[in-house]
Design a protein around this ligand. Sequence first.
Ligand code: GLN
Length: 284
Amino acid sequence: PIVVGVLALQGAFSEHIQLLRQAAKSLSALDPIDLHWTFSEVRTLAQLLQCDALIIPGGESTAISLVAARSNLLEPLREFVKVRRNPTWGTCAGLILLAEAANRTKRGGQELIGGLDVRVDRNHFGRQVESFVIDLDLPFLPLSGREDIGGGRRPFKAVFIRAPIVEKILPIREGPQVEEETLDETIIAPSRAPEGAVAKEAVGRPVEIMAILPGRVAALPNKPTTTRPEGGSSDIIAVRQGNVFGTSFHPELTGDSRIHVWWLGEVRKAIANRRQLDGVHTHE
Ligand code: GLN
């Protein structure tokens, strides 16, 4: 079986487990010989080491990072994501933790795991009362199969609660990160490799923009718009880089398991590849 863990230190972890179970059911309905999955809450190092893949849920990234630090999980998590390169998905607070840099953070108040060469802007849309739900067309989800009658893709109801956005794709770093515009409130995840090594390994692992939020710029007149294309679109709300995937919103707070189904498919592919490679190596 493939073991998928959900980091269960704080936040919406049980909702993720529920949707993972739902997703596994639809996968085995599609393919009866689909392999078995195990979904488990992760609070300790021993539990983390059992996992092939991991979800970091939404919640409060400062709280999650604090508890992770106290539980001595920060370094093992960095190792899991950046050295062993296990499939990892962060939603909302989870995306913040998986970013290499984050804005609007108190210095000393929060640490990042990193893995995505991006800078996120925390609480980008403002406070809790400015939370919203919006119908998104997510290009990586399959079409409904009814295009013949104009079906297209069913929109995904995305929930944004004090959500971050990806405001910048960082240059792949060589050695320790040096930001050209180091803001007081920007924090950076520690490098995991000796100088030069990250740059070399990162070749061919570009940051892919998986989804943007259309039509929000006009609604937010006090946000800087200089880096955005004319015509309205917009904020980056889902990215992937190699084994790491992040979304600004909370698919775990809807009953819709389509992203979980898609992600489990990606996890399965990554693990099949890895086992094949391991097989090749043992024959050498
Ligand atoms: N604003 C929260 C943070 O900075 C994230 C909110 C969420 O996960 N819904 O961690």
